[in-house]
Design a protein around this ligand. Structure first.
Ligand code: ARG
Length: 463
């Protein structure tokens, strides 16, 4: 004995074959779901009489023991354990003898690995969603605490109009809430049991895939055994969800890098969430934020690489599919770590509100408010834009301060000049979803509601 398939083979496997093909080093993290799948399968075999009640009990006891050995760290993997599925079945057979040798009846590693991966993804997506919700909660707390503080909003990385700091932070929250929605949606789509599809075509034995699907808590069973054993759309989708989430973390990371630079000076990182330089004693570096940016490249690469793996595969199972597992595990790990590290960074950082305000109080940032003042008096916007543009040009050329030019202008005057006062432009961003305090307080309520709803969805899915 040795491999699962030794019967047909004369000699043992070459070292080079094992070294290249064995997936145990990474798929051992499927052990818990593999054991769950085997429990459901042997109970299914028991229900249709393919194993006797005693045999079922013996196999279930052996599976319990395997689980206990793994938890205790005493489980011994063998050189010939190609993958975790082999290792578990091999040990069950050692423990339960002939009853154990019946465990794989009507089952293939092809439906088994698809089942395991889907079960694993169901858990992993909830963990990622939990991390994303936690980061959203941090952003929401910080937004609430920011009150009426404001900073320049940017387009093209040029100062454009003042916005509330809360508004800026909430922009990242809403991107994450789309990610959370995508994670739930992806989880719903992959909630299909492949168990019972066999190697590719089902079986002559009276298995009941609906029953094992229900036993495992899947929403339904597969429709087509070829599709069930060869489909890894769900892995690609998870990788996409994580890549886009990673891109969102990267964009947040990039802003943290900019804001914590001396040039911006909008953000001071807590010591616990920044790093030093090995040579330059004065340095404090935003390495978490940089890695959030850097790791997005790896997440995108994992998605692109796995799509390339899938694109040429004929039906049904091909060993190439094994290439999905490492990027999947890695992407989940990296995103969970990133969410937690960024969450800590944002929670503990100090916003330099004076710096932000000073950067936003350039009167020219209120130029559009002057134009809108003229619009309220009936001037077509395009004409108003030209009038104010002319005043800004004169002010920039050193003619006079913008406020004086505005106050002296026949169509504008002192009332319009007051629009340039610090804090007035942002307060006037009153339209729904806009950047001013009135609109943002509505937004904060909505963000609370959205988070509560998503927390409930998470709770319901975890139950
Ligand atoms: N370890 C494999 C995987 O992850 C499953 C093994 C199926 N192997 C086979 N030769 N049919 O896809």
């Amino acid at each position: 004995m040795g491999t699962l398939w030794h019967g047909r083979f004369e000699g043992g496997p070459a070292e080079a074959l094992l070294a290249y093909t064995v997936s145990l080093p990474f798929d051992r993290r499927l052990a818990a779901v593999d054991i769950a799948g085997s429990r459901a399968h042997v109970r299914g075999l028991g229900r249709v009489g393919l194993v006797s009640p005693d045999e079922e009990v013996a196999v279930l006891a052996a599976l319990d023991q395997v689980e206990a050995e793994m938890a205790a760290g005493t489980f011994t993997y063998l050189r010939t354990d190609e993958d975790v599925h082999t290792a578990v079945e091999r040990r069950v057979t050692e423990l339960a003898g002939d009853a154990g040798a019946k465990l794989h009846t009507g089952r293939s590693r092809n439906d088994q690995v698809a089942t395991d991966l889907r079960l694993w993804c169901k858990g992993a997506l909830l963990e990622v969603a939990d991390g994303a919700l936690a980061l959203q909660e941090v952003l929401l707390d910080r937004a609430e605490e920011a009150g009426d503080a404001y900073l320049p909003g940017y387009t093209h990385l040029q100062r454009a109009q003042p916005v509330l700091l809360a508004h800026h932070l909430l922009a990242h929250l809403w991107a994450l809430s789309r990610d959370v929605d995508r994670l739930f949606d992806c989880r719903r789509r992959l909630d299909v049991s492949p168990l019972g599809a066999g190697a590719l075509a089902g079986t002559s034995l009276p298995l009941d895939p609906d029953a094992t699907s229900a036993d495992l808590g899947f929403a339904c069973r597969f429709e087509n055994s070829l599709d069930a054993t060869s489909d890894r759309d769900f892995v690609a989708e998870v990788l996409f969800c994580l890549a886009l989430l990673g891109v969102h973390l990267s964009r947040l990371g990039e802003e943290i890098v900019l804001w914590s630079s001396e040039e911006f000076g909008f953000l001071r990182l807590d010591d616990a969430y920044s790093t030093g330089s090995s040579m330059l004693p004065q340095k404090k570096n935003p390495d978490i934020a940089e890695l959030a940016r850097g790791k997005a490249g790896r997440l995108i690469g994992s998605l692109a690489g796995f799509l390339a793996t899938l694109k040429g595969l004929p039906l049904s199972y091909n060993r190439d599919l094994q290439e999905g597992s490492e990027p999947l595990f890695d992407a989940v790990d990296q995103v969970i770590l990133g969410l937690s590290a960024l969450g800590g960074l944002v929670r503990t950082a100090t916003f330099e509100l004076d710096r932000m305000r000073a950067a936003a109080d350039d009167p020219a940032a209120a130029a559009v408010d002057l134009a809108e003042h003229l619009v309220r008096g009936g001037t077509p916007f395009r004409a108003a834009h030209a009038v104010v543009g002319g005043l800004v040009r004169t002010a920039l050329a050193g003619g006079a301060p913008l406020a004086d030019l505005v106050a002296a202008h026949p169509d504008l005057g002192p009332e319009a000049a007051a629009l340039l006062h610090p804090g007035v432009p942002v307060a006037n961003r009153t339209s729904p979803g806009g950047a001013g305090p009135v609109a943002v307080s509505v937004q904060l309520d909505r963000a609370h509601q959205r988070l509560a709803t998503d927390r409930d969805r998470h709770g319901a899915a975890s139950a």
